[in-house]
Ligand binder design. Sequence first.
Ligand SMILES: Nc1ncnc2c1ncn2[C@@H]1O[C@H](COP(=O)(O)OP(=O)(O)OP(=O)(O)O)[C@@H](O)[C@H]1O
Length: 238
Amino acid sequence: MIILNNVSRSFIAEHIETVALDKLSLSVSQGEFITILGPSGCGKSSLLNILGMLDDIDEGSFVFKGTELASASSSTKAQLRKKHIGFIFQNFNLIDELTVEQNIALPLHYQQLNKAQRAARVEEVLHRLDIAHRRTHLPAKLSGGQQQRVAIARAIVTQPDLILADEPTGNLDSKNSAQVMEILRQLNMMGTTIIMVTHAQEQVQYGTRVVRLMDGKIQQDSPVSAQRTLCKQEVLSD
Ligand SMILES: Nc1ncnc2c1ncn2[C@@H]1O[C@H](COP(=O)(O)OP(=O)(O)OP(=O)(O)O)[C@@H](O)[C@H]1O
């Protein structure tokens, strides 16, 4: 699905160059759930931004589903992004003035679906994430855990192949964090590829593979035991 080969990305600020990614190579197959760990500043967000086609590489090769992106146009990247990728952020990034269902419906405006198809998709994820009873609420009226469930609903309403999650539990308490991680695990079990950045070492157990970055390079890349021995939890209760 993804092949990064010798990818580098640097930033220059106040005449000082920072190498965020240093000749990094990484292949990701459909169906993996990769947890990316590493100390602050090691390049985790830079990597996720590149994978999400929100930023460009300086050097190397990035092939996404057979398309080389190093030389692709912005519109090609935008099309691939809208079709294949869902994003989940630490701060939820919901639009304050829109209701739960309006927030969830937003990405569908860029898809070729009619009104009835859009409504059906929104309905399906509202129920799947157990937020149907909050459909007319504004984000400010929701708890952090509920807001993140709305954000996940918005990320999956387009039925993406890949979810990129940047510290999705960074603003949640332990109960809501466990709910969100269980939702991600279930999405992965149903075939969605997930790449997640986290500071929470214990979340590695939800994934299939762990990648540890250090100074813009991969320091560790190892599978997580096939037996993901999580207890089944009541994950979607309020
Ligand atoms: N837009 C930018 N301009 C200048 N420097 C940047 C920019 N983005 C990232 N960097 C630098 O690149 C390096 C990697 O940053 P990145 O945000 O990818 O790290 P990170 O591992 O996600 O950190 P954290 O865990 O603190 O979020 C850091 O030294 C950072 O200061």
